[in-house]
Design a protein around this ligand. Structure first.
Ligand code: GDP
Ligand code: ZN
Length: 467
């Protein structure tokens, strides 16, 4: 396929010190030759690869000077797109950038579609699909852990894991084909036990990946969090303490409607999405406004419930009821107002009602907020119930943050589980290969090996222009 040459502004639009226009494709050098007058190395066609050149951009029609720029010349395939690439480092105003881009288009380039540079990198074999997606994640990451996970994916950690499983699947496939081809033969190494243990090994790996996908979802989307409790227990105070503790307020998530504002806060690297339907102060008073039944519904939809109790008051029947309904939900119980000595609530009494992490805090004095953050980390990254240590920082970086990947892993896992059942029932090898192939294809969607053109186009279309 003959590629054309594409161009786009690759930096943010608006006034900046510099703005970069990227040109990629077979005609890149010819286009530079038409629109650029170098001050020194004038023989453009003899430039060495990966060099920088100062000069003037001129309009190809009338030779009129547009901007003084630096051109970075990079010969393929050692470039991002694997094609010949020229980057024009212009002055960052929107007019010089626009005029320079226009000159470049006039000289024969086509305006790039969103994500088209990255798509070419993918088609050129420079990145697989998971890595290409990671680029957008790096750009959009909202917390340090989120950035770490995206970078790790960009470096190919996920792809490597998928590749290992992929190879195991192909081995099983060879095994099955041998069974189909030589059913009569007595091949001791092709026993059902071997097949079963191979499949179980693959299943374990997929389950591990899925676990990372669950934690990764949190990094990407934040944990939908509700603060509940009776009036006056200190919910608003807790919210304020959390807002003070956070490192950075991330702006409203695009696409949320005005009547349901979500605050994203970064609590020690954990993005919490505090859901609020009419202004945080008002709706944290859920029980007061909505009653027990509604509160329970809110708690059911949340990824995390922070249940606040007033340590100076006896527990009420309503509270007991709600606490008990938390049994199988991610929740943390907070006994507030611990700065006052006159305590009526003990942690162990609450623990007898519901086996959840319990922390004594003072929202007003901002005591215990660090401990709360630590408990939330445990819930997100480790299995609190089994008392397992949280993932090491390296493992945390290998989290899977994309819903698309999670979904593909789930599908692959389902087929492997079906195969395991089928082997146990002594199903014929012909049937097994159907599930095996389906599992292999599902995994291939992650790296892009088996993904359809339409899916691919959709992924790249969600990128920004110039990327
Ligand atoms: P909400 O109705 O649950 O949102 O409770 P507020 O946050 O509005 O607090 C109710 C009252 O309790 C206010 O007078 C707060 O000053 C007080 N309060 C909240 N947290 C604490 C705390 O940690 N210690 C003490 N002593 N008072 C608190
Ligand atoms: Zn309140």
């Amino acid at each position: 396929m003959i590629q054309d040459t594409i161009a786009a502004v690759s930096t943010a639009i608006g006034e900046g010190a510099i703005g970069i226009i990227r040109v990629s494709g077979p005609d890149a050098m010819e286009i530079v030759d038409k629109v650029f007058k170098p001050r020194y190395a004038k023989d453009i066609k003899n430039w060495s690869s990966h060099t920088l050149h100062l000069g003037t951009v001129i309009h190809p029609d009338d030779g009129k000077a547009i901007d003084e720029v630096l051109v970075a010349w990079m010969k393929g395939p050692r470039t991002f797109t694997t094609e010949d690439v020229a980057e024009f480092h212009c002055h960052g105003g929107s007019l010089p950038l626009r005029e320079t881009l226009e000159a470049i288009l006039r000289a024969g380039a086509r305006a790039a579609e969103p994500g088209e540079f990255t798509k070419r990198a993918f088609l050129g074999g420079r990145l697989d699909l998971a890595q290409a997606e990671a680029i957008m994640e790096v750009i959009q990451s909202k917390t340090r852990d989120g950035l770490g996970a995206a970078l790790s994916q960009l470096e190919g950690h996920l792809s490597k894991k998928i590749k290992t499983i992929d190879e195991q699947l192909l081995q099983v496939m060879a095994h099955l084909e041998a069974l189909i081809d030589f059913p009569e033969e007595d091949l001791p190494e092709l026993s059902d036990e071997k097949l079963l243990s191979d499949l179980e090994n693959i299943r374990t790996k997929l389950e591990e990946l899925l676990r990372r996908a669950e934690s990764g979802k949190v990094l990407r989307e934040g944990w939908k969090t509700v603060i509940v409790g009776r009036p006056n227990v200190g919910k608003s105070s807790l919210l304020n303490a959390l807002l003070d503790e956070q490192r950075a307020i991330v702006t409203d998530i695009p696409g949320t409607t005005r009547d349901a504002i979500e605050e994203m806060i970064d609590l020690g690297g954990i993005p919490l999405r505090i859901i609020d339907t009419a202004g945080i102060r008002e709706t944290t008073d859920l029980v007061e406004k909505l009653g027990v039944e509604k509160t329970r519904q809110y708690m059911e939809q949340a990824d995390l419930v922070l249940f606040v109790l007033d340590g100076l008051e006896e527990i009420t029947e309503e509270e007991k009821e709600l606490l008990q309904s938390l049994a199988d939900r991610p929740a943390i119980i907070l006994i507030n107002k611990s700065d006052i000595k006159d305590r009526r609530l003990e942690e162990k009494d609450i623990y007898n009602l519901v086996k959840k992490p319990i922390i004594s805090i003072s929202a007003r004095e901002a005591w215990g907020i660090e401990e709360l953050a630590e408990k939330i980390r445990h819930l997100v990254f480790g299995d609190e119930a089994e008392n397992k240590a949280i993932l090491t920082s390296n493992e945390r970086l290998d989290l899977i943050t994309q819903a698309r990947h999670r979904e593909a892993i789930e599908r692959a896992l389902q087929h492997i589980r079906q195969m395991i059942d089928a082997v146990k029932l002594q199903t014929s090898a012909d049937f097994l290969t159907i599930d095996l192939r389906a599992a292999w294809e599902a995994l291939g969607e992650i790296t892009g090996k088996t993904v359809g053109e339409d899916v691919m186009d959709k992924i790249f279309a969600s990128f920004c222009i110039g990327k």
